[in-house]
Design a protein around this ligand. Sequence first.
Ligand code: GTP
Ligand code: MG
Length: 196
Amino acid sequence: MIIREPKFEVSAVSPKQYPKNDLPEIVLVGKSNVGKSSFINTMINRKNLARTSSEPGKTRQINFYNIDESFYFVDLPGYGYSKMSKVEQEKVGQFIEEYLFKREQIVLVIFLIDIRHSPSANDRLMYNYVISSGLPFIILANKADKIAITKVDAAVKAIQDEINPIGDITTLPFSAERKIYKDEVFKILDSYLNVD
Ligand code: GTP
Ligand code: MG
């Protein structure tokens, strides 16, 4: 896949604000600060088209990035951001749930987990939620640059053993920072988008 002109299109908190077309959507989920927005920037080769921050809680709405009029990357707010008020967390949880359950053109959910930690209670909730939604998904263990390269495979396996012991969900390392494993991930995205 060659990306030429990725554009931010719209932020949404309810279905009437979603883009009005049926392009396929690839959506990022995961806890706050795990690197969902950074993942998008890395894949599209832009420094900060998707706004990132070292502080968790940067993305607060559903952001649609139109990739060459052929598909969207959809960036969601993260969960587990304790500074957000209970009321706001509830609101955000509801619009995320509404999006994941209602949006018919989601072709893939990319579930980011921090390679350095075992999946949190919220990660497990999200995992179960995605499973129950029936949506296709893969797990990427992000921030692989933060551990020694010799430990990457074992760390990915430890995450898989904990969250998906049957091992039927594709789980790969990733580093948005160093842009490693990007080619492997593009191949997967191409297969879900039916691109050669
Ligand atoms: P929310 O919008 O709060 O849900 O967070 P997010 O998941 O979108 O995280 P974001 O992309 O804003 O990244 C959070 C921080 O982690 C930023 O400081 C990024 O530079 C950093 N980061 C993201 N990916 C990586 C990575 O692969 N390696 C390292 N070392 N840092 C990363
Ligand atoms: Mg973000």
